[in-house]
Design a protein around this ligand. Sequence first.
Ligand SMILES: Cc1cc2nc3c(=O)[nH]c(=O)nc-3n(C[C@H](O)[C@H](O)[C@H](O)COP(=O)(O)OP(=O)(O)OC[C@H]3O[C@@H](n4cnc5c(N)ncnc54)[C@H](O)[C@@H]3O)c2cc1C
Length: 406
Amino acid sequence: MPQQTHVIVGASLAGASAAAALRKRGFDGRIVLIGDEPHLPYERPELSKKYLRGEVETPVIVHDEAFYADSAIELLRGRRVTGLDLDARRVIIDAETIRFDRLLVGTGASPRPLGVPGEDLPGVHRLRTLEDADAIREAAARASGAVVVGGGWIGSEVAASLRQLGLDVAVVSLTPTPLEHVLGAEIGAIYRETHEGHGVRFVTGSRVRRILGTDRATGVETDDGRRIEADLVIVGVGADPRTDLAVAAGLEVRNGIVVGANLETGAPGVFAAGDVANAWHPFYRRHLRVEHWDNAKRQGRAAAASMLGEPTSYDRIPYFYSDQYELGMEYTGHALHWDEVVIRGDREARELIAFWLSGGRVVAGMNMNVWDVAPAIERLVRSRSAIDRDRLADPDAPLEALAPAA
Ligand SMILES: Cc1cc2nc3c(=O)[nH]c(=O)nc-3n(C[C@H](O)[C@H](O)[C@H](O)COP(=O)(O)OP(=O)(O)OC[C@H]3O[C@@H](n4cnc5c(N)ncnc54)[C@H](O)[C@@H]3O)c2cc1C
């Protein structure tokens, strides 16, 4: 039988994890991993944390260079895939094509534009890549003040890091508390208080209508006329899945590339994973697109198994983490709506577990400065069992006792 070729487009966490998993699972054909960034596949989380603050000088890489050579993974760096010909089963890179037997699309996401005048001025930054982080680091070294547009994860982490670097920082957000769209106002308030305790100012309840400045950004103006002056503007208003290739190839795209629980698209032999994939989730019985590190890594590996024809049903409960100042947290679950938030622990000391309850059941949990409980929270979510809220709030009631084995 001729040698098979599996091609992966997007050489980041999902793609590199998939390539490694293909080999680990015994695939002995050709693996081609193609990415448009010039670097070895690296992990992004430290770009808004230690790397941005200059506490580490190199990004975390997924595998070292020797790994790709030793595993006979052909890593094409700095090469942009310009088209997918699914009928001819070929990936197009400008004038070159590569034939594939199985294809994985792991093209990730890119920062959402703000869509206001002045957005392209020098001094306006977004954060997705190593180059973005380097540019912010360099600008921060010369700046005294920054305004961060957006109170989501990236905005909050960047605000914390820039404040730790000694800049005056203002955060402009629609909601009164940061991270409110995921955590709600009650837990968002802990983050706001912590940021304010470190000297960050919040300008909430209004949108940015333009970036100020003529030759370079000098701040922002909100739609209620407030002007916030700054040397540096960071826009962190979310990310959009990079679906241009998939759309042009005729794959189904709806908030990302639509795939089944086996991570395969409607086109046989074509898969998607990571930030770009909107995958059917058997536990939630709906499609879910997850933009987090853990998902990219695990979904990449699961996609590899599926590409090799192994029965695969990716049903990991979403998990992510964030570090801001002295607050470390992990969040497990997926809560769009909830009836109440139950807190176990010490809110003032910022050592707690918060549980989001819907219909008397735990739909998500967040441990803040409390560790080694994420698996128990996952079991609670997965169990879907009715919960005694008093015991849930009681730090002396072992979580394991409340979380039956799935
Ligand atoms: C600053 C920052 C901080 C983060 N912090 C956290 C955190 O604390 N916790 C957490 O859980 N998650 C965090 N994340 C999210 C996490 O990094 C992402 O979920 C993860 O990177 C997704 O990996 P991916 O491989 O799916 O996509 P990506 O990392 O986006 O990689 C996709 C790759 O495909 C390439 N590509 C796209 N189109 C083409 C093409 N046509 N040809 C060739 N290559 C192409 C892109 O350039 C990119 O290299 C953070 C993200 C950022 C940006």
